[in-house]
Design a binder for this molecule. Sequence first.
Ligand code: NAD
Ligand code: WQD
Length: 340
Amino acid sequence: MHNVLVTGGCGYIGSHTAIALMEEGCRVVIADNLSNSDARSIDRIEKITGLRPVLERTDISDAEACHQLFERHAIDAIIHFAAHKYVNESVREPLRYYRNNFVSTLNLLREMQLHQVRHFIFSSSCTVYGEPDTLPVTEESPVKQAMSPYGNTKQVIEEILSDCCKADENLHVIALRYFNPIGAHPSGEIGEIPHGIPQNLLPYLTQTAIGIRECLSVYGNDYDTPDGSCIRDYIHVYDLAKAHVCAMNRMMRKQQKQNYEVFNISTGNGYTVLQLIKTFEKVSGKKLNYKIVGRREGDIPKIWADTRKANEELGWKAAYDLEDMLRSAWQWEQRMQQEG
Ligand code: NAD
Ligand code: WQD
């Protein structure tokens, strides 16, 4: 049984991953400063798994607090979700993003050295591909100049991890490049809880459907896509969670081909915003109030993943389709309304 430190484990993807790990028999310690989540995630995880993960309310960008965390717990592997994640916010507040995302990662790497922790999974993003020249994107597709400080933190942290692996053959790292995670746990007990006005499509859409927001703006219908709206590769958050378990098993079983590896994690299917809205209307039975507005600055017209490497080498494949993702997101939105 492995002891896994899940940083940012009260957040959206981290909480689902904690569940997937616990279902595999791992002991989970969550370190979260609750800057974008709340401690009720722990109750929800317990309700689903029957087990309560340890919660350390720790800001891992605080070097001493991070050190104490490693003194208190014997850790076999780390899954590092904790970061600020909003692209627009990062443009307005670059220093806050650079400080939190870099310093947290550097603190963890330092403590890993001190405590001989040798397995690390990093939450990276398809944002590293920028606007791709060819589709689908493979792990070999070029990493483009970052379009935001947030994106830059993902690129530079990948480089830092790669350099550390070159310098230390005992260190094992997997960077998972997520595409667009959406949806909620199949139990309906846990999901995304956006703080403030949602910046991503799905929470804005479900909040519109339930009446919290008046109208969803679709950013552009004049792109070179079948209906003119942007194409993304959406992935069910619980499929994404399970990819972390596969990545951890690969490291622990010493199956890595190199000690630093990168995988695209998604379904490999691209959908336009308007296709997604239609599918949502079908699974929810609700008519969505939306309007077409101008393009959003910085949006990539289309991107989807080549997932063969993850399918073949990680032995992982997405199980849920777009309807499943949207059904679970809608179920979760309704659940949040009931809870008030
Ligand atoms: P989230 O905001 O829901 O979760 C992040 C968690 O980290 C939050 O609970 C927050 O309180 C915590 N946190 C932030 N800074 C911290 C610190 N210094 N110390 C301790 N805890 C801290 O975000 P998410 O959507 O679950 O994303 C998780 C990771 O995946 C992030 O690294 C994000 O960049 C990456 N990612 C997300 C997406 C996406 O669309 N959601 C896509 C690609 C990559
Ligand atoms: C999806 C599509 C919008 C909101 C972001 C980050 C990326 C990664 C995933 C972390 C786009 C359209 C959106 C709305 C809309 N995150 N849209 N109306 O931009 O693909 O990626 O999250 O690493 O780095 O940039 O996700 O959910 O914002 O947008 O029409 O109100 O929905 O134009 O085509 P995006 P998103």
